[in-house]
Design a protein around this ligand. Structure first.
Ligand SMILES: [Zn+2]
Length: 357
């Protein structure tokens, strides 16, 4: 005889994973098929099912929301703005929808990785602290009760920031030789390396840079390795601290791997995250754009409570996907009104590879 609860748990667990995977950020040629990939559903079934069998809330770990990009051509400043708020509202609403299927519900632990590599990005520890505090206040203000934050500060409480990073690297980072080997083999590690190199080039090639282009490229390639090394160390530590949580990632992932890549916002460039861009309200929806691109397109800056919040662009920019393809939960928005962000299923097919080609 099987356990009486088992027959009910199985379909509910599938429904929970389908809800998450409907916002999946996929790798092109990553192996996923169908609107919701059944291989990925199967892959994550055990983790969700065991939480449900134990009556626990389903916990997700998401390394994300590190700090704002230091590049003023991309963002409004060092503090979170409407771009972050939309992503937080989206993540919280995802947990609410899981709670409709499974009443003990779900929680997402946002494991800010700002402190993990801010020194490599040229961002001060003070800015990382200010960003994390403001994000915490934002989570409380919008009532995102399913979201929590966790950072390196809590792991090595009381230590200096440099020491925290040293202890993390010493305990959990792969060696440079191991990483180079992985990147040389291609696939997801190579895509990630290229993507991060591109970001570093964008962020460090501002008017302040006076060296040659080739020297900057060399520097950015080296920094990209170090960023990946620290991210990997952070991921390893999180796996150890939260062994039963399901790992989410802001980066596209290959099919049936331990992490689920998830989109945080609707954007034509799937590389863009809320902390590398600004929110732009246009044509009844929000999208993410680099600040300079929003301004070149004629977008107007909106202040909320005295702080720069987002842009409004009229007339509507061409949406990234036909409106008919927009997600069913797509919400019409009033100008400068903060509402949950929407995600277009078609955008999931864009890929990291494509974005950094
Ligand atoms: Zn898949």
């Amino acid at each position: 005889m099987s356990e009486p609860a088992a027959p009910d748990i199985e379909p509910a667990a599938v429904e929970v994973i389908r809800e998450v995977l409907s916002h999946q950020r996929r790798m092109r040629e990553g192996g996923c098929t169908g609107r919701v990939c059944l291989h990925c559903v199967r892959h994550h079934l055990d983790a969700v099912r065991s939480a449900m069998e134990a009556g626990r809330r389903i916990e997700f770990v998401l390394p994300a929301f590190p700090t704002k990009s230091p590049n003023p051509a991309k963002v409004l400043g060092p503090l979170p703005d409407l771009a972050e708020e939309l992503a937080l509202r989206f993540l919280n609403s995802l947990c609410e929808r899981i709670g409709e299927v499974y009443p003990p519900g779900a929680a997402i632990l946002i494991c800010s990785d700002g402190r993990v590599f801010n020194d490599l990005l040229g961002v001060s520890d003070e800015n990382v602290t200010a960003y994390a505090r403001a994000l915490d206040a934002m989570i409380r203000r919008i009532g995102a009760t399913h979201l929590e934050q966790f950072s390196l500060d809590e792991v090595y409480s009381g230590a200096g920031h440099e020491d925290m990073r040293s202890m993390l690297s010493a305990g959990y980072a792969p060696t440079p030789a191991e990483l180079r080997e992985e990147v040389r083999a291609g696939g997801a590690p190579l895509a990630m390396y290229r993507g991060i190199t591109r970001f570093m080039l964008e962020d460090l090639s501002g008017p302040g840079y006076t060296g040659t282009r080739s020297a900057l490229q060399r520097k950015c390639r080296d920094l990209a390795y170090r960023v990946i090394q620290r991210s990997r160390a952070w991921g390893n530590l999180l796996d150890q601290l939260f062994p039963t949580a399901i790992r989410l990632s802001i980066h596209p992932q290959p099919c049936s791997t331990e992490k689920i890549g998830i989109l945080l916002a609707d954007t034509p460039d799937t590389w863009l995250t809320p902390w590398h861009s600004v929110a732009v309200a246009s044509g009844g929806r929000f999208t993410l754009m680099k600040r300079a691109e929003a301004e070149e397109a004629g977008a107007e800056l909106v202040y909320v409570a005295g702080s720069p919040s987002h842009y409004v662009l009229e007339p509507a920019v061409e949406p990234a996907v036909p409106r008919s393809a927009a997600a069913p939960r797509s919400t019409a928005v009033a100008r400068s009104t903060a509402v949950p962000g929407t995600v277009s299923p078609a955008a999931h097919r864009d890929s990291w590879d494509q974005a950094c080609a």
